[in-house]
Design a protein around this ligand. Structure first.
Ligand code: DGY
Length: 320
């Protein structure tokens, strides 16, 4: 009997064709997220589930008695209740490795956008406000040779550090729960405590996965340590920052600006104060969203899914 899977996320046709070689499948074929109730109703007979972001918890597992694997089409897997999955022998996988360079590009887009005020000045030119030469009211700050602090030195952190060091001649420091000696030697990055990093950096990039330890890692106290001239970038998950505290720090001029790809609530509420601030550059959680990288992520996730339903241990199992 061929395994049955449910695709709760749209994937490219080539990826779907690959899955079809090995599995019978049903799919959610819309851009918006599948309604929770509908997802639960799809799970009674499936061996595998491909998903991006929906919460995999006790309730969902109760609806999926045959489930062997949840293949997450993302590198972050804070949506998986790994303990509940383990208790039922359900494997979880994610898509590490294939998105590092793309996310690092996005981080630099936000750094440059915020430092050189690119979205703000784009709007200024298009609104016909450019009447004379460039005066200091439209000046920005330098990225090259500035101090960059990376919180979370995993694969993506390293890709950011490489760009910073070799592309922009930046001084790069990092904070991580464990020292990364190989990265220190290879890239010349230096370890700092979180407090030191926040105090010294011109740009702080938050790139840590969301875990119980990193939930609201950056709050009022941490933001107060940053330089008044510093820019804060978040490309991890919205919950790693106390968003109210960030709004307050920006309103008070405690920091210069921010670049945000992620928010506490997504899609972000259009009334969120952050969206009204000219010194905040925003993106709709597109860190990894290029055609090629999203294809690679979907293919990797499909591969994990097929291996899992065939009874093999897939290569990209998530940590517990
Ligand atoms: C990831 O892969 O974790 C990206 O943030 C998309 O969710």
């Amino acid at each position: 009997m061929r395994p049955k899977v449910f695709l709760a996320k749209r994937v490219p046709s080539e990826v779907e064709a690959y899955i079809a070689q090995y599995c019978d499948y049903r799919k959610w074929d819309r851009e918006e997220e599948i309604p929770r109730q509908q997802l639960l109703e799809e799970l009674s007979d499936v061996d595998g589930l491909l998903i991006s972001g929906g919460s995999i918890d006790e309730e969902l597992l109760n609806h999926a008695p045959k489930l062997k694997i949840v293949s997450n089409v993302s590198v972050g897997y804070n949506n998986l209740d790994t303990a509940a999955m383990k208790a039922r022998g359900v494997m979880g996988t994610h898509t590490p490795g294939v998105l590092d360079e793309t996310v690092a590009d996005t981080v630099f887009g936000l750094i440059l956008g915020a430092a050189r005020r690119i979205p703000e000045l784009d709007a200024y030119v298009k609104a016909g406000q450019w009447k004379k030469g460039s005066d200091d009211h439209i000046f920005g700050i330098d990225v090259h040779h500035a101090k960059l602090g990376i919180i979370g030195m995993g694969r993506i952190g390293e890709a950011i550090a490489r760009r910073a060091k070799f592309g922009f001649n930046m001084e790069v420091m990092y904070y991580n729960r464990s020292r990364k000696e190989e990265a220190e030697q290879k890239l010349g990055v230096v370890y700092r405590s979180l407090q030191e990093l926040l105090q010294e950096s011109d740009f702080v990039v938050l790139m840590t996965p969301l875990t119980p330890e990193t939930n609201r890692l950056i709050g009022r106290e941490e933001l107060a340590l940053m330089k008044q001239t510093a820019i804060f970038i978040n490309t991890s998950r919205g919950q790693t920052v106390d968003e109210e505290a960030l709004i307050e720090a920006l309103e008070k001029g405690q920091i210069r600006g921010a670049g945000l790809d992620v928010f506490e609530q997504e899609p972000v509420d259009p009334d969120n104060k952050l969206l009204k601030m000219p010194n905040v550059v925003t993106l709709p959680h597109i860190g990894s969203a290029t055609h090629q990288t999203r294809f690679d992520m979907a293919m990797l996730a499909a591969n994990n899914l097929v291996k899992g339903v065939q009874g093999e241990v897939p290569p990209n199992l998530v940590a517990e």
